[in-house]
Design a protein around this ligand. Structure first.
Ligand SMILES: CSC[C@@H](O)[C@@H](O)C(=O)COP(=O)(O)O
Length: 352
């Protein structure tokens, strides 16, 4: 059984699979208001960098649908869509795919704004970004799988699967392709506190595909990596800087350090829309999530009242700890600024 789509566009309406209640309930919520879509991104109804970008693009379509009359110029369109765009842009700060998608929408408004075809063009763009992401992930999956030796144990963190993307997944796309090629003996999925993306989403996705997966708590990582010798730690990314530093779910940096000590390799699988070539790793904005995510568990308080907390949702793994970044254009081995910029430039040339 394949993992259901995280995002459905049907009859000019957006449906999001409510990831907050998976895997116990599988339920779609319907949206026709961009501000409620922004709230849904913040509340993690939908999550994962590429899925957030796709959702934001559909959010802009809903914003255009809501306008009572068609603005007469590109400038007037920008003005009319501005508040919804801002709400979407403010939903989550780290995943750069969100801003990448909104900037693509801006360009469509710029190009079509004077001719009145904006709504149709935004719809076409969102549907295109959605479909394109699935193909991109399949390419990432195949490139990444080429690095996996036969009979491998691999280790993943958070959920960089079909649920975090248009479909197939980035890190889980690599695992899916490697499993198809008969190379996977087993997968460890870290549970990923506090939101449990590993326990609730990754385990579910892999089990549905018949890929042997073992769920483990975060604190078991060093022990398990020493005992089971995974060939690769395979993760996704929310933003990759020009120097190859990669922001991903909190705990990824810990895994990369453990991997270095025990001789496992680290693979970051992400589309080029996840790169922010304007900045270095330390400049990546790290989202702080609400305290309740760690003071409470399934609605019940587990920490003392008025507890002081720190709940960064992401960390940055330095490029020196990453053995390969895999994109839809291929593999960057031992990434650094020169290789990253050359890879992105080459990808752009090939896309023309
Ligand atoms: C293909 S998804 C890549 C990343 O977005 C993923 O690994 C991750 O960190 C998701 O975090 P989340 O807070 O669940 O949105």
């Amino acid at each position: 059984m394949a993992t259901p789509s995280a995002i459905i566009w049907s009859n000019n309406q957006l449906q999001l699979l409510d990831q907050r209640i998976l895997p116990v309930q599988c339920e779609y919520l319907h949206y026709d208001d961009p501000y409620i879509v922004a709230d849904a991104i913040r509340a993690m109804v939908v999550r994962g960098a590429p899925a957030i970008g796709i959702t934001a693009a559909y959010g802009m379509v809903l914003a255009a649908q809501q306008l009572k009359s068609s603005p007469a110029s590109a400038a007037a369109w920008h003005l009319a869509l501005g508040p919804a765009r801002e709400a979407l842009a403010n939903s989550r700060p780290t995943a750069v795919n969100l801003f990448w998608a909104l900037e693509r929408c801006d360009r469509v408004v710029e190009e079509q704004g004077n001719g009145g075809q904006v709504l149709q063009a935004l719809t076409d763009l969102a549907v295109h970004i959605h479909a394109e992401d699935i193909q991109i992930n399949q390419r990432i999956g195949d490139f990444g799988a080429s690095l996996i030796p036969p009979d491998s144990i691999v280790y993943t963190h958070c959920n960089a699967g079909a649920l975090a993307t248009g479909g197939y997944g980035t890190a889980l796309g690599v695992i899916r392709s490697a499993h198809r090629d008969g190379k996977i003996r087993g997968v460890f999925a870290g549970e990923t506190r506090p939101w449990l993306q590993g326990a609730r989403l990754t385990s579910w996705e892999l089990m549905q595909d018949g890929i042997p997966v073992t769920l483990a708590i975060e604190g078991a990582a060093a022990h398990l990596i020493r005992e089971h010798k995974p060939s690769w730690i395979i993760v996704g990314a929310d933003r990759i800087a020009a120097n190859g530093d990669a922001a991903n779910k909190i705990g990824t940096y810990n895994l990369a350090i453990i991997a270095k000590h025990h001789g496992a390799k680290v693979m970051v699988a992400a589309p080029t829309s996840t790169f922010d070539a304007l900045i270095d790793g330390p400049q990546i904005p790290i989202e702080q999530r609400p305290a309740e995510e760690i003071t409470h568990s399934f609605g019940k308080r587990v920490a003392p009242e008025n507890m002081v907390t720190s709940n960064p949702a992401f960390d940055v793994t330095p490029a020196q700890l990453i053995d390969a970044i895999v994109t839809e254009h291929g593999i960057i081995h031992q990434p650094d600024r020169i290789k990253v910029l050359a890879h992105l430039a080459e990808g752009k040339r090939n896309n023309r």
